[in-house]
Design a protein around this ligand. Structure first.
Ligand code: SF4
Length: 181
């Protein structure tokens, strides 16, 4: 019998949430017994090979490419989980939401103290993903089924949530796995 598939991606994230998933240590062997990884940086599969039971999203949306990937995950995954503070509320990248986009670009490419840009040009090649006006948490773009807070969520939090979903049990995480103070 074929195993359920899990896909993962990092949008505007730092890969720390993926590192936390790998931090489940020897339970990774059990996870591999339970699921096949589909599109994911973990196995470097670039495109979906079929329907996935679970999609794990790290990072929010800061470019049009992030939106495209997120919508494709919604399309291909039965259950979509926002993993970590960047996915659930924008996280650190959302600090730029307090500053207009044109000012962010000017600081990064023209006015910043370490910028060397003799042509005084802000990159605008069509190959470069288009920056959104602000950073959007995933649930503002597509329907999200579960939210796992933390920066990153702990390995135990990820393991407990995945184990419950893969055994058709309700995801009922204890407070100790959800508090970060
Ligand atoms: Fe990195 Fe934290 Fe964002 Fe996860 S939530 S992608 S660990 S900054």
């Amino acid at each position: 019998m074929s195993k359920p598939k899990v896909a993962t991606t990092s949008l505007a994230g730092c890969f720390g949430c993926h590192m936390s998933l790998l931090d489940i240590d020897e339970r990774i062997l059990k996870l591999i017994d339970l699921v096949d990884f589909d599109k994911s940086p973990i196995d470097d599969i670039k495109e979906f090979t079929g329907r996935c039971q679970i999609g794990l999203i790290e990072g929010g949306c800061t470019t049009d490419e992030n939106v495209r990937v997120l919508k494709s995950f919604r399309e291909h995954c039965d259950i979509l989980i926002s993993v970590g503070d960047c996915a659930t509320m924008g996280g650190l990248p959302a600090l730029r939401n307090t500053v207009p986009l044109h000012e962010c670009l000017e600081e990064a490419y023209l006015n910043g103290p370490t910028v060397h840009n003799p042509e005084k040009r802000i990159p605008s090649d069509p190959e470069i993903p288009l920056m959104l006006d602000r950073v959007y948490p995933c649930h503002e773009v597509v329907k999200i089924d579960y939210f796992l807070p933390g920066c990153p969520p702990s390995a135990d939090t990820l393991w407990e949530a995945l184990s419950a979903l893969l055994s058709d049990k309700p995801v009922e995480l204890p407070y100790s796995l959800l508090k970060y103070d």
